[in-house]
Design a binder for this molecule. Structure first.
Ligand code: ADP
Ligand code: MG
Length: 743
């Protein structure tokens, strides 16, 4: 039907779920309409006026419609938000079909023009004389809600409705398998499949529509959970190397050198992992722990247990910067134990190698050789580790750091090399994930939680700096940074973007904040057309380029050694800068969120996030986690040029109020749609949920989880549930497709 909506088959059409229901006689409020986007509303025609155009030939018909929301206070609303003006060009039919008092479905792009809502040449369908239906049909539909579909200008909602009404009666349901087993449908009181589709598209009342949607959500949950449980059981059946370690191996030597005591939680989680690895079936464990909770040590102990058992361990990092960081910190933690084969190394130790995509050929060849010969006990790398050219002598354990950047397929790639033993898997993430989201996205993993932070951690104090209210604080920020560097500490300045030279507004942040305060949003867009204007300071985000210029001009920071770090630099340059920063040779690092994940420089104690309003809660939390890692007190400033009552302030204030990642995740949940959160957790992972909402549908997901287990207990290959099996196959195919497109 439409490529724009991806509706190619009858099945696609049937699965195109109405967004909401409208009711005859009930008008859609204009208040919540999103400007500049496609909308469908039911409204009443107030007036119709046709006039000749002055400059051109032809006529223009102006139809005013209303949602009647202004009736209570008519005097306030005259021409206000309860009215919308529709302009039709040369549309005699519209002039005829729409008359005062007509109720109709209107769809088109809503624009606000001079304070008035408008649509130009909208599509419309009068509701009272539904002439697509025969008289009898129309009778049957009187009083029924009308389904409004996600639509586009080319394929308006009512045309989709017509198409559905056309195909629905002709479907031979005996050829359509129902993915939902009868027992499950009965238990929950769902209708059969044909009725569910009818209720989804042509509901007799609201309740039937919600019930039908619940059925499809449940089906989706069951497909997902069955796939996950099946996959989990399949992996559990495979053989893995038994990695039970040694009492006098590298692990115990390493533990003897640890400069701190493990926290009780690190010990407990460590035991869980050690036990998993000693089994002959593969471990599949997700390790959740807040930023700074000390996940690396836990992972390193597991890797050494693998080494002590004669196997290799691989640590997969999401970025080159992070891989290099891990190499540096693991080498530091192991000391001579990291260089078994070299002079001065401990012959009882092992070897650690790095493999990244940007390594020079010769270094890469050396690394590949060390990996293939088994000389390298621990291999740290990025995606490059997943390449076919990498041959391990005997890979026993894969650790994936910061899971949310890797997909399910990717973490499998390292493990599924043939029918031989499967390596154990440990996935680490700092993003607290609500239980049902974890069940949906990581449903095939066991979960361990690392609680609390290591003792002796200095607290981070966080403050919001509003430059509109306190323009003079800009200089204070630079002065504080200087004091910090003078005291031997190090500083991060984080900007939301890299930027270009010609975008720098040539003013201080406080000056641009003042401009931002003076210019109302409407005036702003009007000014954009002026060509001779410098870039609009109100529109330009703080960039690393702008920040560098401000730093260079600041007398306070003139002699501080500064470097700029961002994703556009060559990989080697990035690693070089990070190494210099870690070594304390750089005092101030101006950077983007490349430092967001995992970077560990305990001597960095001061972080300023500029335009903090541009970041999400969890991102700010991750960023802030880069400081407060050593024994000195740390400070984080969240700088904003936005007005004090800007909605983003709520987010920034929340981050300033607590350093507890789990508490912040909760706030985050309440402030934004769960879809985004899932989107976050799943970016690069399991992709689309169609109807299912991992936070709202807790009950459905939990019950589907149990049902999936029961089904697979009696019918492991799904032979007797072929409807479900087929649906899962289609679902996963699509998932993989999406995944491949993204990769
Ligand atoms: P994350 O969980 O964010 O990956 P890291 O593993 O990078 O955290 O640990 C953060 C810092 O805490 C590191 O500098 C690490 O050496 C230190 N650390 C880890 N465990 C402990 C502990 N038990 N006691 C003191 N410091 C610890
Ligand atoms: Mg980490």
């Amino acid at each position: 039907m439409s490529q724009a909506l991806g509706l190619e088959t009858v099945g696609d059409l049937l699965d195109h779920v109405p967004r909401r229901l409208v009711h005859r006689g009930e008008l859609t409020s204009f208040e919540d309409l999103e400007m500049e986007s496609h909308a469908t509303v039911v409204a009443e025609v107030v007036s119709v006026r046709t006039r000749k155009m002055r400059s051109r030939r032809g006529s223009i018909t102006e139809v005013t419609i209303t949602d009647r929301s202004g009736e209570a206070a008519d005097f306030l609303y005259a021409g206000g938000v309860d009215r919308m003006t529709l302009s039709f060009f040369n549309a005699w039919t519209a002039a005829r079909e729409l008359s005062e008092g007509t109720h109709a479905l209107f769809s088109g792009k809503v624009t606000r023009y001079g304070g008035k809502l408008t649509m130009t040449n909208p599509h419309y369908a009068p509701l009272d004389q539904d002439d697509e239906l025969g008289a009898l049909d129309a009778m049957a539909h009187v009083g029924r809600p009308i389904a409004v579909y996600p639509a586009t200008a080319k394929v308006p909602s009512d045309r989709i409705a017509t198409a559905v009404r056309t195909v629905l009666p002709g479907i031979d349901w005996s050829t359509v398998p129902d993915p939902l087993p009868l027992g499950v449908a009965d238990r929950h009181g769902y209708t059969d499949l044909p009725t569910a589709y009818e209720h989804l598209h042509l509901p007799p009342d609201d309740r039937s529509w919600y019930r039908a949607k619940a059925r499809f959500r449940h089906t989706e949950a069951l497909m997902l959970q069955t796939a996950l449980v099946r996959r989990r059981r399949a992996v559990q059946l495979r053989m893995a190397p038994v990695l039970d370690g040694r009492h006098d191996g590298v692990q115990s030597r390493f533990e003897a050198r640890l400069p701190f005591e493990l926290t009780p939680s690190q010990v407990t989680v460590g035991e869980q992992i050690a036990e998993d690895m000693a089994r002959e079936h593969p471990m599949n464990r997700l390790l959740q722990g807040d930023v700074g909770a000390g996940k690396t040590v836990v992972a390193l102990r597991a890797m050494l247990q693998a080494v002590d058992s004669g196997a290799q361990a691989a640590l997969l990092a999401p970025t080159e910067v992070l891989a290099a960081q891990h190499l540096a910190s693991i080498e530091a933690a192991l000391g001579p134990l990291a260089h078994a084969g070299t002079l001065g190394g401990d012959p009882e130790g092992t070897n650690v190698v790095l493999l990244t995509g940007s390594m020079p050929q010769s270094a890469r060849r050396r690394a590949l050789l060390a990996i293939a010969s088994g000389e390298a006990g621990i291999v740290i790398g990025t995606h490059a580790l997943l390449s076919d050219t990498v041959q391990f002598a005997g890979l026993g354990l894969v650790v994936v750091d910061e899971q949310h950047r890797f997909g399910v397929e990717q973490r499998d790639r390292l493990r599924d090399a043939g029918d031989g033993p499967v390596p154990h898997l440990l996935v680490m993430t700092a993003t607290p994930i609500p239980r049902t989201v974890a069940m949906t996205v990581f449903g095939d993993l066991d979960v361990s939680v690392l609680e609390g932070l290591p003792a002796g951690r200095q607290p981070i104090s966080t403050h919001v700096v509003g430059l509109q209210e306190h323009p003079s604080w800009e200089e204070r920020i630079f002065a504080r940074a200087r004091e910090e560097v003078a005291a031997g500490r190090q500083v991060y300045f984080v900007a939301p973007k890299i930027g270009d030279d010609d975008e720098v507004p040539g003013m201080t942040l406080a000056e641009s904040a003042a401009l931002l305060a003076q210019t109302p949003p409407a005036g702003r867009s009007a000014r954009q057309g002026d060509e001779d204007n410098a870039p609009d300071p109100a529109e330009s985000m703080v960039s690393t380029v702008w920040l560098s210029e401000l730093v260079a001009r600041s007398p306070e920071l003139a002699d501080v050694r500064t470097a700029v770090l961002h994703g556009r630099l060559e990989a080697q340059e990035k690693t070089g800068i990070m190494e210099d920063f870690a070594a304390g040779e750089i005092g101030l690092l101006v950077c983007t969120t490349v430092v967001e994940v995992g970077v560990d420089v305990p001597n960095a104690t001061f972080m300023v996030v500029f335009d903090a309003d541009r970041f999400g809660i969890s991102q700010l939390h991750q960023l802030r986690g880069r400081i407060g890692r050593g024994s000195h007190a740390s400070t984080c400033l969240l700088v904003t040029r936005r007005e004090p009552d800007h909605p983003s302030r709520e987010r920034i204030d929340a981050v300033a109020a607590t350093t507890d990642g789990f508490e912040l995740a909760q706030v985050d949940l309440t402030l934004r749609r769960e879809g985004d959160i899932l989107g976050d957790a799943q970016s690069g992972g399991r992709s689309t949920l169609r109807l299912l909402r991992a936070l709202d549908d807790i009950k459905i997901i939990e019950s589907a989880r149990a049902e999936a287990g029961e089904i697979l207990d009696v019918d492991p290959s799904l032979e007797r549930h072929w409807g479900l099996a087929l649906a899962i196959e289609a679902y996963l195919d699509e998932d993989t497709e999406k995944y491949l497109e993204r990769g």
